[in-house]
Design a protein around this ligand. Structure first.
Ligand SMILES: NC(=O)c1ccc[n+]([C@@H]2O[C@H](COP(=O)([O-])OP(=O)(O)OC[C@H]3O[C@@H](n4cnc5c(N)ncnc54)[C@H](OP(=O)(O)O)[C@@H]3O)[C@@H](O)[C@H]2O)c1
Length: 269
């Protein structure tokens, strides 16, 4: 990929993408620029990554080939209004703003702009993210490829229809929080069982990481891997029996469906 790549918003997600792109030499440093109202973020990017950084969004998009929208969703309308007059008509827009539809972005920029919308998640900050992306009305297959190439700097990428973006938000967007919630409960149980915090953290974190790596490597259904550690009358069976009795699986499903409903409500605001 080549051309001038501009990030509007130089926060956590922009940093994950910029550092990922530079680490795998996927974008030349001299063609990368960030714009952020926070001067300390601009200074940080210029110092740490050696990229151009400025406070003026409208000036930053002049000459851009790809513009990544990386500000919070609530400030996006104001940011788009501010760059609209200077926006290069040929530029591809890649939005990572949660819940903002491609139609809203197209309309805010005044028409036939090519937009790819993406939903990343926080493990992107350590290069282990998963991002789903979908095309707007005017985006081409080549635009999707370019966006996929860009986002793969922070992990895996899948393509979906825009109608499925709220489901993606509920599964992988909010997903890390579901895993952390489970980890909180395991840590509390470890405390009640008298394990030290240091040992408990090591046991819990490594168990979650190892379980994820095991399922990815073996590509077996989770039920099967669970069955393999559940002997009849054993310790795991005792734990699962409590979870089934307390309908934990049903509670998790209802929680994800609630996240999905909320994602729909927020994207309609
Ligand atoms: N973090 C996640 O897990 C995650 C997951 C999926 C999607 N996303 C999406 O990714 C986007 C960025 O999230 P983030 O976590 O990186 O947010 P963030 O760390 O808050 O970064 C946003 C940056 O934009 C700056 N900003 C605010 N108003 C601006 C303006 N008018 N012009 C230019 N810059 C402006 C902010 O400065 P101030 O701090 O001074 O306001 C901040 O430095 C969001 O739309 C979010 O929905 C995030």
């Amino acid at each position: 990929m080549n051309g001038n790549l501009v990030f509007l918003g130089a926060g956590n997600m922009a940093e994950a993408l910029v550092s990922g792109l530079l680490a795998c030499n996927r974008w030349p440093r001299e063609r990368l620029m960030v714009a952020d109202i926070a001067t300390e973020r601009c200074d940080h990017f210029a110092r740490k990554y050696g990229v151009h950084a400025m406070a003026d969004n409208a000036a930053a998009v002049v000459g851009a080939d790809v513009v990544v929208l990386a500000v919070k969703p609530q400030v996006l309308p104001e940011v788009l209004a501010g760059v609209r007059a200077k926006f290069p008509p040929h530029a591809l827009v890649v939005s990572i703003a949660a819940g903002v539809t491609t139609t809203k972005i197209e309309n805010a920029l005044g028409g036939a702009v090519r937009v790819v919308r993406s939903m990343p998640n926080t493990p992107a900050l350590v290069g282990c993210g998963i991002a789903a992306l979908c095309p707007g009305l005017h985006a081409t297959p080549r635009d999707l490829e370019r966006a996929e190439d860009l986002l793969s700097a922070t992990g895996e990428v899948v393509r979906v229809e825009e109608t499925q973006m709220d489901a993606v938000t509920a599964i992988s967007g909010s997903g890390p929080a579901y895993v952390f919630y489970l980890m909180e409960a395991m840590l509390e149980a470890a405390r009640q069982l008298g394990l030290s915090t240091v040992v408990a953290r090591k046991l819990v974190y490594t168990t979650v990481k190892g379980s994820a790596e095991l399922i990815l490597k073996h590509d077996l259904p989770p039920e099967e891997l669970r069955r393999r550690v559940t002997s009849q009358g054993g310790t795991t069976a005792a734990a699962i029996e409590v979870k089934d009795r307390r309908q934990v699986k049903q509670a998790v499903i209802e929680a994800v469906l609630a996240a999905h409903r909320r994602a729909g409500e927020l994207s309609r605001l």
